[in-house]
Write a protein that binds this ligand. Structure first.
Ligand SMILES: C[S@@+](CC[C@H](N)C(=O)[O-])C[C@H]1O[C@@H](n2cnc3c(N)ncnc32)[C@H](O)[C@@H]1O
Length: 270
């Protein structure tokens, strides 16, 4: 991936307020991944595309020796501040998931919570996750599914988004067991897949969800920036995002949605 594409991705994730979103909407997912991967005291753990440390901080609080790595330094800085407030000690390093700056087999466990799915070259990323995990170590991933709410949200935004860079694959494919299995192939054993859902009760109305994402979530902000000169497109996307939330509403006095994800755990073969 060229430097310009990387710089654009970094800028996109630094836009808005992703750390607030992670803290307010999906804080349970980091801890869920850490539990599913059996992370505990004495393990050396890498969180890839860690953002502000959703999984990394949970792993450090569970007693592991943790490195949180991400493409976007602004998110790592936010994570550093949050970790200090919680008394969690861990390292924070800028790194590209497609070319990790770590030695072969350096970690007992390699995790990513709705993270590596956003690196565009899936095979390169999967190969790096396997390479830095020691044989017998654990790989744990939590990925939004294509059919779930966030996968569908990317589908709704797609007609308004710039074309993906050449060779890039769609993020929600990482939410398909067959895709993940094909990426890791014989390099992993004891692969477990679990479909789960995150209950999201934070927004009162469908429009509240949309407006929250419009001001905080980099990928949504960048799509709106691209169509800012076209009020018809803005209105159509406004409506489509609110409709998506409406469709996922479980019913009740305020909006309540389930956002599906795939939890993957595997042992590094060899
Ligand atoms: C949805 S956020 C998830 C962050 C965090 N894991 C969490 O659970 O909140 C996606 C993250 O992927 C990171 N990212 C995107 N492309 C990346 C790449 N090529 N290498 C490393 N990180 C990347 C972004 O900077 C962002 O922090």
């Amino acid at each position: 991936m060229g430097d310009a594409v990387k710089a654009a991705h970094r800028a996109m994730w630094a836009t808005g307020d992703y750390p607030a979103l992670a803290d307010e909407v999906i804080p349970d997912l980091g801890a869920e991944l850490v539990r599913a991967a059996g992370i505990g005291r004495g393990q050396r753990v890498l969180d890839v595309a860690a953002g502000a440390g959703n999984a990394a901080i949970a792993a450090a609080l569970a007693g592991a020796d943790v490195v949180a790595s991400d493409l976007t330094p602004e998110l790592l800085d936010a994570g550093k501040a949050a970790a200090a407030g919680l008394g969690a000690k861990l390292e924070w390093q800028v790194a590209d998931a497609e070319a990790l700056p770590y030695a072969d087999g350096e970690f007992d466990a390699v995790l990513s919570c709705v993270g590596v799915m956003f690196a565009p070259h899936h095979e390169a990323t999967a190969a790096e996750l396997v390479r830095v995990c020691r044989p017998g170590g654990t790989i744990g991933l939590l990925n939004w599914t294509p059919e779930g709410f966030i996968g569908r949200m990317f589908g709704v935004m797609k007609p308004y988004a710039p074309p993906p860079p050449p060779g890039a694959q769609p993020p929600p494919l990482w939410g398909r067991p067959e895709h993940v299995q094909a990426l890791f192939g014989e390099h992993v054993a004891e692969v477990g897949f679990r479909r789960e859902a995150l209950r999201v009760d934070l927004f009162e109305k469908p429009g509240d969800f949309r407006d929250y994402f419009k001001s905080r979530y980099g990928p949504t902000i960048s799509v709106y920036n691209r169509i800012a000169d076209d009020p018809d497109k803005v209105a159509a996307l406004d409506e489509a995002l609110a409709d998506l939330a409406r469709e996922h509403d479980r019913g009740g006095p305020t909006l309540s949605m389930d956002w599906e994800y795939l939890l993957v755990t595997a042992r590094r073969a060899g």
